[in-house]
Design a protein around this ligand. Structure first.
Ligand code: NAD
Length: 477
């Protein structure tokens, strides 16, 4: 049933938007309008930032971490109650297979909030440190202030929560700008925040496009920007934050490599392709879309991947058997198809390459290219669709050098029956995260990228530090 919202959640209440502009959401599989919401404008951002400042100064920053942790637990419970609706909203909007949105957008989100609630219990924000001169210094970790958070459409809930949870534990307040492609889920999360009794203004949502995002980034009331999205937008945001000397964290694009070593268990790798290389129809930042295969096993690897990928059920994201759903938007499908056309010129198509026979929905066939050079465009640029490139390598040194010959550094995997040896190869890859015989981000470990994949880390205890700043108080008498 279509959801049509009339109000925005700003400053702890549902308020009339400042303009009558609307965002219409079209379903990725149905191509029909599945909902609409108000589109935020600058006046809405002003109101949300003012409310966030008031909440920050009015007690949230001064509350104990344990008090903030208790609020996170209530928030987790309220999200859990809405888990099924949140998963469905995400899948209908961006085409994510429902089993995945239940696990990641609902389940993982609740787990993340509970994890940070537990960390809040133990959080030390003040330390007395002896100075070499004999005096004492109090080193404090204070919340940075009001955060402007901007998230993309591919994992709209968990990516927002990866910012919300550590920021709230640190004592910050936040204004979120969801992507116009996936707004409906944010209304459910806002409802949960309200039910959990988060103090007014601690979290507000103002949906809108890139201009509104740019307005939020440079708003004088914002103390830190937390961004997830494309590298191109990240560069513009970093530029603006540089000008303003405003702290910024950036989770950007990727072109990660799966290194299949000579002794890899190919069956294990095939089973992991849906999660490690084609998660969310390939619309995942850390996907290993460059498969590096040894020349000695190249034909075998190509054959196994082609057989596996061509067997994936492509279809309705709400169908529990679907492995690959549609692209999130018509424009995005065109972009992916542009890369597929380019791939046909620069490599050998081994499966897919077209559209599945379906009447509706922005589907593309899961596609595999072999004989790909690492310098080909399809091996260099992030496609963000179900498109894999298999690149041959001579020996391990060559594999490491190809894996590292990219602008990006976000994910990666190494496949081998010898786990210690694979770990040794993983150590040589220039990246923020990498998996051995699988890829599964760990709540308890920092996640993020190097090079053009970003700045700063989310998840793990480290993420809290991204929302704190140090203050040293010298006790001299
Ligand atoms: P996008 O950069 O176009 O948009 C992301 C968000 O930023 C949207 O809310 C958009 O409205 C806003 N935005 C765009 N330009 C802006 C600007 N100049 N100033 C302020 N806000 C702006 O990205 P997208 O197409 O929505 O998402 C896909 C991209 O996100 C991919 O490149 C993907 O790799 C990346 N991503 C990265 C991670 C990560 O953790 N590293 C996770 C998910 C997605």
């Amino acid at each position: 049933m279509a959801a049509h919202h009339q109000k925005l959640y700003i400053g702890g209440e549902w308020v009339a938007p400042a303009s009558n502009k609307r965002i219409e959401i079209v379903g990725a599989a149905t191509e029909e309008v599945i909902g609409s919401t108000p589109e935020g404008v600058e006046a809405d951002v002003d109101r949300a930032v003012a409310a966030a400042r008031k909440a920050f100064d009015g007690g949230w920053a001064a509350a104990t971490p344990a008090e903030r942790g208790a609020a996170l637990l209530r928030f987790a419970e309220a999200i859990e109650k809405r888990g099924a609706a949140i998963a469905e909203a995400v899948s209908m909007q961006n085409g994510m297979p429902i089993v995945m949105s239940e696990q990641l957008e609902s389940g993982y989100t609740v787990g993340l909030l509970r994890y940070y609630a537990a960390l809040a219990e133990q959080l030390q924000v003040e330390e007395r440190r002896p100075s070499p001169l004999g005096s004492t210094t109090v080193v404090r970790r204070e919340p940075i202030g009001v955060v402007g958070a901007i998230v993309p459409w591919n994992f709209p809930v968990i990516l927002a929560m990866m910012k919300i949870a550590p920021a709230l534990v640190a004592g910050c307040t936040m204004v979120l700008k969801p992507s116009p492609g996936t707004v409906l889920d944010s209304f459910l999360v806002a409802e949960a925040a309200h039910e959990a009794g988060l103090p007014a203004g601690v979290l507000s949502w103002v949906p809108g496009g890139r201009e509104l995002g740019a307005y939020l980034v440079s708003h004088p009331g914002i103390d830190k920007v937390a961004f997830t999205g494309s590298t191109a937008a990240g560069r513009l945001i970093a530029q603006e934050c540089g000008r303003l000397l405003r702290p910024v964290s950036l989770e950007l694009g990727g072109k990660s490599a799966a290194i299949v070593l000579e002794d890899a268990d190919l069956n294990a790798f095939m089973q992991a392709i849906p999660s490690a290389s084609m998660l969310n129809n390939g619309q995942t930042c850390f996907s290993c879309t460059r498969i590096l295969a040894p020349q000695s096993r190249y034909a075998e690897v190509v054959e196994a991947i082609a057989a596996t990928v061509s067997s994936f059920p492509v279809g309705d994201p709400l169908d529990r058997g679907t492995v690959v759903g549609p692209m999130a938007s018509s424009a995005h499908r065109e972009r992916v198809e542009g890369y597929i056309a380019r791939g046909k010129e620069e490599a050998k198509l081994v499966t897919g390459g077209g559209r599945p026979a379906r009447e509706r929905g922005w589907f593309v066939q899961p596609t595999v290219f072999a004989e790909v050079s690492n310098s080909a465009l399809i091996a260099r640029e992030e496609i963000f669709g179900p498109v894999l490139s298999i690149i041959p390598y001579r020996d391990e040194a060559d594999a490491v050098s190809i894996a590292n010959a990219t602008e990006y550094g976000l994910g990666g995997t190494v496949w081998s029956k010898n786990g210690e040896h694979a770990l040794d190869v993983a150590r040589r890859i220039v990246t923020g995260t990498i998996g051995v015989n699988g890829y599964l981000p760990d709540l308890n470990a920092p996640f993020g990228g190097v090079k053009a994949s970003g700045l700063g880390r989310e998840m793990g205890p480290e993420a809290i530090g991204g929302y704190q700043q140090y203050k040293s108080v010298y006790l001299l008498g």
